[in-house]
Design a protein around this ligand. Structure first.
Ligand SMILES: [Zn+2]
Ligand SMILES: [Zn+2]
Length: 321
């Protein structure tokens, strides 16, 4: 409960500058193309904003993996409407039925759109890490729905909590309609229930929010993250066979994308550790760390660094206790 209260406070503070809205405006996902990034993978690269009435909650990278006679969806966005808009876009490249949905983690921008897919495909299996399923089913699902309802001023209304129903642990290899997916979970990283999905034949990897393009990692919900675990997850994936990386937010790219997230996190960890060893408290080191990290000041959410530093500090403190 504490976790969700903190989350509401944090996110509502961040969105107090939300844009003016028109509830009749079309969902913002309409304005974003479905980009083909490999033979089978298509991604709608979403907006760098928090949910607000104008974007109607849309802020992530919903994607489709095309198989011979079906479509696999990854992270269908933050509302039933967005899930349906995604399907409409997919219809331009495939008329095949949806055979599976994957959710990378429990944050609402990635999975509230399940409802839109299930409305049209009532029996479609939805896969996620088993810890995510547990969290959705023990109240967090409803909390995310409420949070997004508030932030979008009701633009996602009609959306229901439709959680994943097939739990994975990581380490599985699934072959769905001839497409092989390797499922990765390297421990607590962006959340304690992340899945990363490797599309083996395309050498593509869905990172979830473990690596995002030019965005301060773990900045929106840092209390849910393990920073060292995020570093470990990125390193493990960079040692794997993937050459195309699809982040939860921002543009897809080659190795340079996760390498930049990794560099950021390692430098942040070194900086906070240095001042921790000098005996400084988190609020005392904040300006110094921000100064050390100044070359990233054009990254999204850099204004959230103060909060991020506090959570890195707590993690280092726990390790040294
Ligand atoms: Zn997230
Ligand atoms: Zn996200």
């Amino acid at each position: 409960m504490l976790r969700s209260v903190t989350l509401v406070l944090v996110l509502s503070a961040v969105t107090s500058v939300a844009l003016a809205h028109d509830s009749q405006a079309p969902s913002s996902i309409e304005h974003y193309p479905l980009d083909r990034v490999s033979q089978r993978i298509h991604v709608v690269h979403g907006t760098h904003q928090l949910p607000n009435p104008t974007n109607r909650g849309f802020m992530n990278n919903p994607a489709a993996i095309l198989t011979k006679s079906g479509v696999i969806i990854v992270d269908p966005g933050s509302s039933a409407e967005i899930g349906k808009q995604l399907l409409k876009k997919i219809r331009k490249v495939s008329d095949k039925p949806v055979i599976a949905v994957f959710n990378t983690h429990v944050h609402g921008d990635h999975w509230l759109g399940n409802h839109g897919i299930r409305d049209l495909y009532p029996k479609v299996p939805i896969y996620a890490h088993e810890r995510m399923i547990e969290r959705v089913n023990t109240g967090e699902g409803e909390n995310w729905l409420k949070l997004f309802m508030g932030m979008t001023k009701g633009a996602i209304s009609g959306t229901k909590v439709v959680g994943p129903n097939i739990g994975l642990k990581g380490g599985e290899t699934l072959t769905l309609d001839g497409v092989t997916l390797r499922i990765h979970h390297t421990g607590h990283a962006h959340t304690d229930g992340d899945l990363m999905i490797e599309v083996v034949d395309d050498k593509g990897l869905f990172f979830g929010d473990i690596a995002n393009t030019k965005q301060v990692p773990n900045s929106v919900v840092p209390h849910d993250a393990n920073f060292k675990g995020t570093i470990a997850a990125i390193k493990t994936m960079l040692n794997g066979p993937a050459t195309l990386f699809i982040p939860g937010h921002g543009r897809s790219g080659g190795r340079e994308m996760p390498e930049a997230s990794l560099r950021f996190l390692e430098e942040l960890y070194v900086s906070v550790t240095k001042y921790y060893k000098q005996g400084l408290a988190d609020y005392e080191m904040k300006d110094k760390v921000i100064h050390d990290m100044a070359k990233y000041e054009n990254w999204d959410n850099f204004n959230e660094m103060g909060r991020v530093i506090s959570f890195v500090y707590r993690e280092i403190e726990k390790e040294n206790f």
